[in-house]
Design a protein around this ligand. Structure first.
Ligand SMILES: Cc1cc2nc3c(=O)[nH]c(=O)nc-3n(C[C@H](O)[C@H](O)[C@H](O)COP(=O)(O)OP(=O)(O)OC[C@H]3O[C@@H](n4cnc5c(N)ncnc54)[C@H](O)[C@@H]3O)c2cc1C
Length: 417
């Protein structure tokens, strides 16, 4: 996409907001804005929900705050029957027993988070977006130029078409073209780590417990899934290792990968079997220096792509979408031009601190736990044991992970937009 700053001079109809990227963050923003009466265009380079081997087989741990946003948009009832509540989280270092136990009973909530299949979430969001008369869906499409004018932003499409809006939102993921077109700088590095994700069945029930083990290659997470129709317990593995090691693991037969998995799983769940294809994801950190410019805003991974060690990337993106929707709707109610940078800066100030803190925390956790040093091992274990014993610290940690801490957007508080 080429950047530009010119009068668009186009006669294309002007939407209120054009969202580039029909991932979860973009679709949630689009549905929220459409329900508030705005005219929205959503553009994506891919046709919706690719079938077969290209389908995203991940599951997401959605925080209580994210589930509230989905509920507020009327989407949760369709997702809830297949969503697995996480009632407990146990965390451990290397081979020993868990050192920290987070228990939902302490928070007086039904669940700390819910596990939802990425594919099911995407389908539900797409269906909701397509049901809104004020959303114009354009996909697949290639955007070749972004023109920012004083009163509107124009997107020139490769087929010669044109989309104009009072505000363009980049929700186009970690390699955001919108961000690059706006010449917004990033701080970024790769982790030289990748994550293998794969579903397993196992002999013993998980009782809604998620487990995170900090192993020398990287974090190893076991997320509970709904039982299979025949009652067999199922879980989902997110297994991080240095990228060279992941390349080797991806080549193993299912039987050999199963051996490696069972070795790491220990005996909490009994014997585990692989239940479906594996996928792998290279990991990197990308933080945009600014989230907004004149007639432009970034949300989700376009603004901040973080390590999945805490399963929080999408949760942050959902909070971005809720916050930006609120800033836009409030400005509009006051008769203000929500595409002006001055209005959009409220969104940037609101979200950047939260996102940067979590990015830094996940980065630090990943680094600290990757070092195999006897002194550091003892210090880490002592730190976790302390966290396990100090109730207020444990509850603050849970409240953060549930996305219910800090200055929350109305949708995250369970209030209407
Ligand atoms: C292994 C792994 C496990 C994870 N687990 C969790 C978890 O449990 N919980 C959690 O909260 N987060 C998790 N995350 C993070 C989460 O996956 C991301 O934060 C989230 O998917 C980002 O959503 P998004 O909508 O911002 O971007 P994306 O999902 O990347 O969507 C971007 C969209 O933009 C489109 N697009 C891209 N470029 C263009 C273009 N030029 N023109 C038009 N369209 C374009 C793409 O086609 C796509 O549809 C995990 C990440 C990994 C790698």
């Amino acid at each position: 996409m080429q950047p530009g700053r010119a009068e668009t001079g186009s006669s294309a109809p002007v939407s209120d907001v054009a969202i580039i990227g029909a991932g979860s963050a973009g679709l949630i923003l689009g549905v929220a804005l459409a329900r508030a009466g705005l005219a929205v265009s959503i553009l994506d380079r891919r046709a919706p929900v690719p079938p077969g081997p290209d389908a995203d087989r991940r599951v997401f741990a959605l925080s209580a705050g994210s589930c509230r946003v989905l509920d507020g948009l009327g989407l949760w009832p369709a997702l809830a029957p297949d969503a697995q509540p996480i009632t407990d989280i146990v965390v451990g270092d290397r081979a020993g027993p868990p050192l920290v136990h987070f228990d939902h009973a302490e928070m007086e909530v039904g669940a700390l988070a819910h596990i939802v299949a990425a594919d099911a979430l995407q389908r539900a969001l797409l269906a909701a977006a397509k049901a809104e008369a004020s959303i114009r869906f354009v996909a697949p499409v290639q955007i070749s130029r972004l023109d920012i004018a004083s009163d509107r932003a124009g997107l020139v499409l490769a087929d010669g078409g044109m989309v104009a809006a009072r505000l363009v939102v980049g929700a186009d993921g970690r390699n955001s073209l919108v961000r690059r077109a706006a010449r917004i700088n990033v701080t970024e590095w790769t982790y030289d780590q990748s994550a293998i994700v794969v579903e397993i069945t196992h002999a013993r029930p998980h009782h809604g417990t998620a487990e995170e083990k900090f192993l020398s290659g990287g974090p190893f997470a076991v997320l509970p899934l709904r039982d299979a129709v025949d009652g067999t317990p199922c879980s989902f593995i997110v297994w991080t290792e240095p990228s060279a090691r992941i390349t080797d693991l991806m080549k193993l037969s299912d039987a050999d990968l199963e051996e490696e998995l069972n070795h790491r799983l220990g005996d909490r769940l009994g014997r585990a079997r692989i239940n479906g294809p594996r996928q792998c994801f290279p990991l990197a950190l990308t933080l945009a220096e600014n989230y907004v410019a004149h007639r432009l805003a970034l949300i989700g991974d376009a603004a901040h792509a973080i390590h999945p060690i805490a399963g929080q990337g999408l949760n942050l993106g959902i909070r971005d979408a809720a916050a930006l929707a609120e800033v836009i709707v409030d400005a509009r109610r006051l008769g203000l031009d929500f595409g002006m940078k001055t209005a959009l800066l409220d969104y940037e100030r609101w979200r950047r601190f939260d996102n940067t803190c979590l990015a830094a925390a996940t980065d630090l956790l990943n680094r600290v736990f990757a070092i195999d040093n006897p002194v550091l091992n003892v210090a880490r274990e002592a730190g976790m044991a302390l966290l396990d014993r100090v109730g207020p610290a444990r509850r603050l940690f849970m409240s953060e992970a549930m996305g219910l801490h800090g200055d929350l957007p109305r949708l995250v508080r369970g209030e209407p937009l």
